[in-house]
Design a protein around this ligand. Sequence first.
Ligand code: NAD
Ligand code: UFG
Length: 332
Amino acid sequence: MKVLLTGGLGYIGSHTAVELISAGFEVEIMDNLYNSSINVLDKLKNITGKQIKFYKLDMCNLSDMDKMFKEGCFDAVIHFAGLKAVGESTKIPLTYYETNIGGTINLLKCMEKYGVNKLIFSSSACVYSTENVPPYKESGILKPINPYGRTKYFIEEILKDYVNANPKFKAIILRYFNPIGAHESGLIGENPNGIPNNLMPYITRTALGKLDQLTIFGDDYNTPDGTCIRDFIHVVDLAKGHLKALNKIEGLSGYNIYNLGTGHGYSVLEVLNSFNKVCENKVKYKLGKRREGDSECNFASSEKAEKELGFKTEKTIEEMCLSAFNFEKNNS
Ligand code: NAD
Ligand code: UFG
């Protein structure tokens, strides 16, 4: 089966490429390099021993996408490409709607024209309302609170409508929780431009002295240590979830949603303490104010993915911390 990965040079896409190739799938990658580097392609070759066909193009350009589909003859698409910074999305919402939603509509038009009927879409836990009581189930209330989250929610709705209109089309929506960590080779990982927004790259860069100190956003939440709780999932486990979804999609019909998380929550302080322990470090930190828009506690119900996809995470929080640090050191 030949699979197109949109945004496949990014953090989650690159790890998924490795897992798919190892499992024998033929993978091609499309990316406009907005938030990734062409060097990742060489790293993927290094890890897998395979040359991967790459299309550098913007999914907002329909005619470029059309040319790629004409050439590609894909059997399925995993759609990672998009903009993902929550804070930025509140400043430039139109760019987020245009890229994430416009790009997805272009993708669907091309899939329809070239008869590609299997899609796996990267959605997010941020589509859930904070009114839900964790563990969050797929059937929970949906109420994203920022433009980024709303792009994911709207795309889910568009896919639902499209599947109803086109019975041959099968879609799997994967709602990711908090991916962290890196491939064991230390060659690929999370490498955000500028100052990281997310917790783990902030920790690893502070540990190496690239940043002065971490600020923990709030220690007055109603949690055991006062800091927020999240479902941190190793990116390699997450990548393997895509393999499970791909293996399952043929036998499914219509529109299907799965959470990809571990089913367990760790607090921000617990993650920091694990990092310091396994990486033999003492990351400097201060306690700061709450960050606007953060939910107190969320973690996944992983029951549906386990039962229907056979998805089970394997890696520990310690492995997540060590591999993230290993990648940061390799990329300094
Ligand atoms: P990433 O930014 O590392 O990867 C996204 C890739 O898409 C990048 O390589 C970027 O260059 C590419 N891209 C962006 N706009 C494009 C365009 N117009 N045309 C073509 N390529 C474009 O992000 P990631 O962390 O790997 O996330 C992958 C997907 O998973 C995204 O859709 C993201 O919203 C979703 N997601 C991520 C997280 C997370 O915490 N990392 C959580 C939930 C959902
Ligand atoms: N945090 C800090 N200091 C930092 C960075 C983060 O204390 O410097 C805290 C946050 O306040 C939060 C926790 O660490 O409590 C996790 O924050 P992240 O920014 O790493 O992750 P979020 O849970 O906010 O969001 C992430 C992705 C979203 C995705 C969501 C899914 O950024 O795209 O997970 O749960 F939708």
